[in-house]
Design a protein around this ligand. Structure first.
Ligand code: PTJ
Length: 243
C-alpha cells in the first residue's frame, strides 16, 4: 500500500500500475526499464511541461488536424499509462488508433486492443501485414492504417521505425522524454514531455487552435529547435540543482 502523503506518491502509483500491466502481459518486461529511463529524463525537466514542449504540442495538434489520414500508434506502455488520454485525443483529432508492438505477440495485441476499447478508444484493428521495411515485428501494421497514414504519432518509440516512416514520406510526431534518442532526432517533430502530460495538451490544442495557427505552426517545423531547447532546459536545471 502506497501512502498518499508519500512525496513520490504519483511516481510510485505509476510504477505499481506498470508492474501490474507487466504481470497481465499488456506491458513488456522491457517496458519497465523503458519507463525508468523516461523517469530519469523527467527529473531533469522538473517533471513539468516546458514552454518549448507546449509549443511542440500545439504544433502536433496542427499536424494531426491538417492530416488526411492521421494515425496514433500505441504500444504496451502507452496503453497502460494513457488509454483514457488516447481516447480523448482520438476524439479531438479524428485520428485512427492502431496497436504496433516491438515485442509482438497476437495475444499482447488483443490484450492491448481490449484495454483501449474499454477506455473508449475506437481501435483500428484487423489483420496486420509485414508492410514496413524493418527486420523486427514493428513492421507489422495495417494497410489502411499506419501504412496509408500521412501523419503518425509515435509515443515511447524504440528507434528505427521513426526513421523508416520518415523515409516513406510520412510526418512523424514522437513523444519521448529523451531528447538524445534516435526517435527524437529522426522524427519530424519531437515532443520532449511525459506522455500523460503531452497527450492531454495535444488534445486541448486540437480543440482550441485557430485556423491561422493551424497553418502558421506547420509552415516550417524546426525539430532541432525543440531538441536543443529541451537539452537547454535540462542543463539549466542541472546547473542549479543544488542551489
Ligand atoms: O510494447 P512494446 O512491445 O511495443 O515495447 C515498448 C517499449 C517501450 C519496451 C519499446 O518501445 C522500447 O524498448 O522503447 P525504448 O527504446 O526504451 O524507448 C522508449 C523511450 O520512451 C525512451 O527514450 C524513454 O526515455 C521514453 N519514455 C519512457 N517513458 C516515457 C517516455 N517518454 C515520455 N513519457 C513517458 N512516460
Amino acid at each position: 500500500m502506497i501512502p498518499p502523503d508519500h512525496p513520490r506518491y504519483r511516481s510510485l502509483v505509476t510504477r505499481e500500475l506498470l508492474a501490474r500491466c507487466a504481470e497481465s502481459g499488456v506491458v513488456a518486461l522491457e517496458g519497465l526499464t523503458a519507463h525508468g529511463r523516461g523517469e530519469a529524463f523527467d527529473y531533469l525537466l522538473g517533471e513539468k511541461t516546458t514552454e518549448s514542449a507546449l509549443l511542440a504540442e500545439r504544433t502536433a495538434a496542427a499536424l494531426l488536424l491538417n492530416a488526411q489520414n492521421p494515425v496514433i500508434s500505441v504500444n504496451g506502455n502507452t496503453a497502460a499509462l494513457a488509454a483514457a488520454e488516447i481516447a480523448l485525443l482520438q476524439k479531438a483529432s479524428g485520428a485512427r488508433v492502431e496497436v504496433n508492438l516491438f515485442h509482438r505477440t497476437e495475444e499482447r495485441v488483443a490484450k492491448i486492443e481490449d484495454l483501449l476499447r474499454n477506455a473508449g478508444v475506437e481501435v483500428f484493428s484487423g489483420p496486420a501485414e509485414q508492410l514496413l521495411p524493418l527486420s523486427h515485428d514493428r513492421a507489422w501494421c495495417r494497410r489502411e492504417g499506419m501504412y496509408a497514414a500521412d501523419v503518425v504519432l509515435v509515443p515511447l518509440e524504440d528507434g528505427d521505425r521513426a526513421e523508416v516512416l520518415v523515409g516513406m514520406g510520412k510526418t512523424v510526431i514522437a513523444i519521448d522524454l529523451n531528447p538524445l534518442s534516435r526517435t527524437a532526432r529522426m522524427a519530424t517533430l519531437a515532443i520532449v514531455d511525459e506522455l500523460t502530460r503531452a497527450l492531454p495538451a495535444i488534445a486541448t490544442a486540437c480543440r482550441e487552435i485557430s485556423p491561422e495557427d493551424r497553418v502558421r505552426l506547420v509552415k516550417k517545423i524546426d525539430n532541432h529547435y525543440f531538441l536543443s531547447m529541451a537539452i537547454h532546459d535540462m542543463t539549466l536545471r542541472l546547473s542549479h540543482a543544488l542551489d
